[in-house]
Design a protein around this ligand. Structure first.
Ligand code: FES
Ligand SMILES: [Fe+2]
Length: 422
């Protein structure tokens, strides 16, 4: 059981808070590259800061204060120029550094004053990688955006899915290191929801947790399996500080503010060998609904929707002073302890865990991956279909099981890529 003070330390993300300063040492995914093809500006709220993301006409990305320094107009209605973002109200123009480049009327009235040279607004670096746009709100020098091994894979259908969830990011991340929930929240609850009166999901018999350079690995032995199974020998990964990685998909829990989380999913489906070579000129993205528009109730049909319900059900900020932790929560306890330690490390001026600065190592960072070979080399379609029911490992699902609401165009593109009938 944690004290109120510890609960706050783990959950508050504003600038100047311990956790806020720790999280500002990491790049956060905030948008899809393709979003700015559709519209060149996007309002972004990240760790309590209101910002505008844009790509100017020369292709440079910027992340600026949401409000213009002149009279505070909303810059997400600004328009992009060859260089920079121009406010729609009186035309002040800003570079990606936050420097004001032009003030049309001031330059007519007092050209010699060069008022613009004295105006800068808040600005943060942005980088594109793996179809995502990443932002860094921490002190310079910025580390590298991690090149996780799956970002280098080819011949995969990748899609990015966002969902805004009304609760604190940390309870979402605790879910990343909670193997037993899989049996109940996904396995048994899904059986109940679908009205199937069959056998229960396999019971967890043994859990293992350990820290590694980029986070924690968790292992499980379930009824009917032994310690020779990949789920024990390789395990799954909870990436530091705010991501779950299961082998071919990532789920980041990005703090919008203390009470809201942006769930960012990156999903890789390897095409069968018959469909190679396969490339995407644009990685598609979509926003997943959280509530059923008709009933207003939370959607329960898909894996991550079930996770969202668990997180939100804990309250906007889970009250950890009222919990009763058991043996199944050993990983959660380890992660909390490490977070509290890392807050101290950063407060003392040290380098935070899993910050990457070595460009050579960052060409591709390998992680524990169950079934790596088949993500990399693929397999014939017949084999994938045959194995589709035996998790874990790469499979060829008929549809998207993680989140409800996938747009029809993306579903059709997926099925074409996989060689499935439309
Ligand atoms: S408020 Fe932006 S230019 Fe005046
Ligand atoms: Fe889950």
């Amino acid at each position: 059981m944690l004290s109120e003070k510890q609960n706050r330390a783990l959950t508050e993300v504003g600038a100047g808070t311990g956790m806020g300063e720790l999280l500002r040492r990491y790049w956060m995914p905030i948008a899809a590259v393709a979003e700015l093809d559709d519209r060149p500006t996007k309002p972004v709220r990240l760790m309590g800061e209101d910002l505008v993301l844009y790509r100017d006409r020369s292709g440079t990305y910027g992340l600026l204060d949401r409000h213009c320094a002149h009279r505070r107009a909303d810059l997400c209605y600004g328009f992009t120029e060859e260089h920079g973002l121009r406010c729609h109200y009186h035309g002040w123009l800003y570079a990606e550094t936050g420097q004001c480049l032009a003030q049309p009327f001031e330059e007519v009235a007092h050209p010699e004053a060069r008022f613009k040279d004295r105006i800068t607004i808040k600005a943060y670096p942005v980088e594109a990688k793996a179809g995502l746009l990443w932002a860094y709100l921490g002190p310079a020098p910025a580390p590298l955006v991690p090149t996780w091994e799956p970002f280098t894979w080819t011949n995969g259908f990748v899609q990015i899915v966002f969902a805004e969830i009304p609760c604190n990011w940390f309870q979402a991340q605790e879910n990343s290191i909670d193997p037993v929930h899989f049996e109940w929240l996904h396995g048994n609850w899904s059986r109940v929801l679908s009205g199937v009166d069959g056998p229960k999901a396999p019971t967890h018999l043994k859990l293992g947790f350990e820290e590694f350079e980029y986070g924690f690995v968790y292992r499980r032995v379930m009824e009917g399996y032994s310690e020779t199974n990949d789920l024990w020998t390789v395990g799954r990964t909870c990436l530091w500080p705010n991501c779950l990685f299961t082998g071919a998909h990532f789920e980041w829990r990005v703090p919008i503010d203390d009470g809201t989380t942006l769930s960012v999913g990156w999903f890789f489906d390897r095409v069968p060998n018959e469909m190679e070579p396969f490339t995407q000129d644009r990685i598609p993205y979509w926003d997943a609904p959280f509530r059923d528009p008709v009933t207003g109730r939370f959607i329960t049909t898909h894996v991550m929707n079930q996770d969202f319900i668990a997180w939100v059900g804990q309250g906007t900020v889970a009250d950890r002073t009222e919990e009763h932790l058991g043996e199944s929560d050993r990983g959660i306890i380890m992660m909390r302890r490490k977070m509290l330690e890392e807050i101290e490390v950063v407060a003392a001026g040290g380098e935070a865990k899993a910050v990457i600065r070595d460009a050579e190592a960052n060409r591709s960072i390998s992680l524990p991956i169950i079934g790596r070979d088949r993500y990399v080399k693929g397999a014939p379609r017949a084999q994938l279909v045959r194995e589709a029911s035996s998790t874990p490992g790469p499979i060829l699902p008929e549809g998207f099981v993680f989140l409800a609401g996938q747009p029809e165009a993306i579903r059709a593109a997926y099925r074409r890529a996989m060689g499935l009938e439309e």
